[in-house]
Design a protein around this ligand. Structure first.
Ligand SMILES: Cc1cc2nc3c(=O)[nH]c(=O)nc-3n(C[C@H](O)[C@H](O)[C@H](O)COP(=O)(O)OP(=O)(O)OC[C@H]3O[C@@H](n4cnc5c(N)ncnc54)[C@H](O)[C@@H]3O)c2cc1C
Length: 375
């Protein structure tokens, strides 16, 4: 990509090497067990990849939207679940940078600076997914503390985390809080069994009069919904969009290599035009998704206000491309495509989930449709 800075190129190459050398060897075992790999988490921590968004004085690289997308895309090429630890762990720092006080930044960035902490984004509830504005978890001010009550569900990396960015309903509307792992009244459920992002260890979170200091409120009471429309919407480009792009690219590279090696009718199957066209279509769609994702991140980095049509389109298009490309990648491998020994089946499962989380693709189309209607 011609617009990357020297530093971004170096970061991209470094993450590519780490993915190949330190992450890829452990992906199959983690997938098989449906559990996070200690080796992968160690590699992410040792290389500072969980804290890329932190200011430099706290050990980060002050990654902007484009750099976050580059890192997440590179990791997702090799493993969606690994990219999920990094994706979810950039949301809390992004909110803290945008809405935190000096004291909150010193305290929480200081805590995260060890580099090995994971900090998920906690919005969804058992009865409120797409209709996130109706969440029922409450936060009631009681002296110096808020008492949180309710349940969060589908929380990626929830079992592994140390700090949680939690959205709850206060007197003034939805508000955002940073909740520490050892908060009294806060517990985590068992890891969910799922067919996509198997090793990212998703769980439910339970708040029963969980006592959160009032200093952990981000911004003011009732600011949470507008924070989600702004900082939260940006995640769709540099997070979910980049992740879907990486999954698609990884699947295409896998299928391409296979198509050059597999011989049928006396020639490598890539020489059959029908298959060549499938691969060409994959490349076209991936390049289009890449243009959309990185055009959006560059607009964010240039200081444009979040443009919902762009952030929603980046997430929606890239994840639809990931679904199509990974399904076609399975087709390129023929019968071997459905065998668990070949990574494309895992990529296809992960791609399906990218069409669902961070706002389903129906919800992204709804956002875009409404903007078109209003405009
Ligand atoms: C792998 C994975 C990771 C996730 N990680 C997190 C996380 O870390 N943190 C977090 O907070 N959440 C997370 N989620 C939750 C995710 O954001 C929700 O699953 C998603 O928002 C959809 O909510 P739901 O599952 O309740 O589906 P529902 O909202 O019940 O929707 C069901 C179906 O109805 C459709 N639908 C609903 N309303 C409309 C409408 N108005 N118009 C058209 N169609 C509509 C939806 O598109 C969907 O197809 C994750 C989910 C997955 C699968």
């Amino acid at each position: 990509m011609e617009f990357l800075t020297e530093e971004q190129r170096l970061i991209q190459e470094t993450v590519r090497r780490i993915s190949r050398e330190k992450i890829a060897p452990h992906v199959d075992e983690a997938y098989e067990k449906g559990k996070a790999s200690r080796e992968i988490l160690k590699a992410l921590a040792e290389n500072g990849l969980l804290i890329i968004s932190l200011p430099r004085e706290f050990g980060g690289i002050e990654a902007n939207a484009t750099t976050r997308a580059l890192v997440i895309e590179e990791l997702a090429k090799v493993d969606g679940s690994t990219s999920m630890y990094v994706f979810t762990s950039q949301a809390l720092p992004a909110f803290l940078l945008a809405y935190g006080t000096h004291e909150q930044k010193e305290r929480f960035f200081g805590f995260l600076s060890s580099g090995d902490k994971i900090c998920p984004f906690c919005l969804t509830e058992p009865n409120h997914g797409s209709d996130a504005r109706s969440i029922k978890t409450t936060a009631t001010l009681d002296g110096d503390h808020y008492k949180l009550n309710g349940t969060k569900s589908f929380i990626s990396s929830g079992t592994l985390a140390s700090l949680y960015l939690v959205f709850a309903r206060t007197k003034e509307g939805i508000s955002s809080f940073i909740v520490e792992r050892d908060t009294p009244g806060f517990t985590r459920g068992a890891p969910e069994k799922k067919f996509g992002f198997r090793s990212s260890e998703m769980c439910q979170l339970f708040f029963e009069d969980a006592t959160v200091p009032k200093e952990n409120l981000l911004g003011h009471e009732g600011a949470g919904w507008s924070q989600l429309q702004d900082c939260g919407a940006a995640l769709r480009a540099w997070g979910a969009g980049a992740q879907a792009l990486g999954i698609a690219q990884g699947a295409m590279e896998y299928a391409l290599k296979y198509a050059k090696e597999r011989v049928q009718f006396g020639v490598p199957i890539i020489k059959h035009q029908g298959l060549q066209f499938m691969l060409a279509d994959m490349a076209i769609q991936i390049e289009a998704a890449r243009s959309l994702v990185y055009r959006t991140t560059r607009m964010l980095d240039a200081g444009y206000k979040v443009i919902p049509i762009m952030t929603s389109a980046a997430k929606c298009f890239a994840s639809d491309v990931a679904m199509k490309v990974t399904t076609d990648a399975v087709q390129v491998l023929g019968g071997y495509g459905i065998m668990e020994d070949y990574a494309v089946h895992r990529m296809m499962r992960d791609a399906k989930a990218t069409q669902i989380f961070d706002g389903t693709n129906q919800i992204q189309r709804r956002i875009i449709g409404r903007k078109l209607m209003e405009g």
